[in-house]
Design a protein around this ligand. Structure first.
Ligand code: ADP
Ligand code: ASP
Ligand code: MG
Length: 481
């Protein structure tokens, strides 16, 4: 029986003519063995450019969107010109690019006139990149002799209306996915689906959040009960740390769903944090591979990976955060103070990344994105007005320029001395741990350190657990408590 795979290609994987050609090779090989569904991101840099131009239009500047329109036309046309042989196909793609970019210009004109960019409007604009990339990739695949057809995910993925981070409604999505995708697969056609975008029940365009094409792929895989999701990107799978920070980071052969989710949540950009959810429900393995080194090392994410000889598997960083502290000698006598603190934060719609344990009993500390500090502090002042006046609370303040470093590995739970090793490594380097925090699960230890020490801290911890020796560590018997 042939199996079914969903292959997702990220921005760099469709970032140039050369990359498109590699993708065509990968899809051809996969299609020789299995039924294949392709999900594509926008070409690299395109989503950023669309967003920048729309924001500039809202701020009263028309030049960026005019320039962007031309740049994006050229960027896509180059690929079409070099890889699509058939003249009719090329003409059709040109028309499509022209339509989409005209739409982009019209949207930006309205944004310019209104002087306002709503979250809803931003989703419409930022989703245009995928709407160009998917038909382009489908045409490139056809030119390479693979039967392929572009599919607009807005016809099949139904979400709520949380613009900018919409949540899929699987009960509505799956029947549509099956109805649209299955017949194509039965006919031997490779559907090439736009990542990132979806639509509400009413058909209004939404997006799944930046980097959301990974999530699109796992949603489709869950609906189709696929045998594997493949995330094709520009690195050899999930590494022990971001290779841009730690040059000797290594590929992790296997990770559990929980470990991968934790790493993604704590900033390992290689996977969108929500990608794991649909896969877990159906127990679908996720493989992360390198488009530019298809035969090279890659990572498999599964429910139960083989136990290995290292308690720590990887380290991730979330940046641009602030630590907010509510403190006062009298505050612990005030009933419900913690609940009210977090209630006041919740009313702002800001999510708390973690609650710190480093605090004394006379304070509550938590970490939020730095951009949200002002509104959170204002909300807290309002909530605690009386306590501040009476002196139960002395001050509500924030420490900016901090990061969270997450040290992740499921086997840490049963291994003594992990924290000591982490703190030892940081202490030797003179790196101050501002707070230790409770992660969202037991598979990580999270630390707050100053932003300018973040990279060094990651390298020190990486070194302390000898993560550059992954190949050797993988073959050792697991350390147990
Ligand atoms: P794509 O466009 O293919 O979705 P992304 O840029 O979203 O790719 O994600 C891949 C990038 O994630 C890598 O280039 C790498 O710099 C970064 N990254 C961060 N942490 C990790 C990690 N632990 N392992 C691998 N890559 C990581
Ligand atoms: N193109 C979108 C982004 O840049 C989605 C993705 O790349 O996954 O965020
Ligand atoms: Mg990505």
């Amino acid at each position: 029986m042939t199996s079914m795979r969903v292959l997702k290609f990220g921005g760099t994987s469709v970032g140039s003519t050369d990359a498109f050609a590699r993708v065509a090779d990968i899809v051809r090989k996969a299609h020789e063995e299995d039924k294949v569904v392709v999900v594509t991101s926008a070409m690299s840099g395109v989503t950023d450019a669309l967003i920048r131009a729309a924001k500039a239009a809202a701020a009263g500047d028309e030049t960026p969107y005019r320039d962007t329109r031309n740049e994006l036309l050229v960027k896509h046309q180059i690929v079409a010109g070099q890889l699509i042989e058939d003249g009719m196909e090329r003409a059709a793609i040109s028309r499509l690019l022209d339509d989409k970019l005209r739409e982009f210009e019209r949207l930006c004109q309205s944004i310019y006139v209104l002087g306002e960019l709503t979250a809803r409007g931003l989703d419409v604009v930022s989703g245009l990149g995928e709407q160009m990339a998917a038909p382009l990739l489908a045409a490139v695949l056809r030119s390479a002799g693979i039967r392929a057809e572009a599919v607009d995910a807005r016809e099949i993925i139904v979400t709520d209306d949380t613009f900018g981070a919409a949540n899929p409604i699987l009960d509505l999505t799956c029947p549509r996915v099956q109805e649209k995708i299955r017949p194509l697969l039965e006919e031997g056609i490779v559907p090439v689906v736009t990542g990132f975008i979806a639509a509400t029940r009413e058909g209004i365009t939404t997006t799944l959040g930046r980097g959301g094409s990974d999530y699109s792929a796992s949603i489709l895989a869950a609906c189709l009960n696929a045998d594997e999701v493949q995330i094709w990107t520009d690195v050899n799978g999930v590494l022990t740390a971001d290779p841009r920070i730690v040059p000797d980071a290594r590929t992790l052969p296997e990770l559990s769903y929980v470990e991968a989710a934790e790493l993604a949540y704590f900033g390992a950009k290689v996977l969108h944090p929500k990608t794991i959810l649909p896969a877990v429900e159906r127990d679908i393995p996720i493989r992360v591979l390198n488009t530019f080194d298809p035969e090279g090392p890659n990572t498999r994410i599964v429910r139960k990976p083989r136990p290995v000889g290292t308690p720590v598997k990887a380290i991730a960083v979330i940046r641009d955060l602030a630590l907010v502290t509510v403190e006062g000698r009298g505050m612990m006598g005030v009933p419900g103070i913690a609940a009210r603190t977090f209630g006041a934060v919740a009313r702002t719609g800001v999510s708390v990344l973690m609650i710190s344990q480093a605090s004394s009993e006379q304070s509550i500390c938590f970490v939020i994105p730095a951009v949200d500090v002002d509104k959170v502090i204002a909300s807290l002042h309002e909530e605690m007005e009386r306590e501040l006046r009476r002196g139960y609370i002395d001050r509500i303040w924030s420490q900016d320029h901090i990061v969270i470093i997450a040290v992740v590995g499921a086997a840490m739970r049963g291994t003594p001395g992990i924290s000591a090793r982490v703190f030892g490594a940081l202490g030797e380097a003179g790196i101050n741990v501002i707070a230790i925090a409770q992660g969202s699960s037991e598979v990580n230890i999270s630390l707050v350190v100053a932003a300018d020490q973040a990279d060094e801290a990651v390298r020190r911890i990486h070194n302390a657990f000898e993560l550059h020796r992954v190949e050797a560590l993988w073959n050792l018997p697991a350390e147990t408590s």
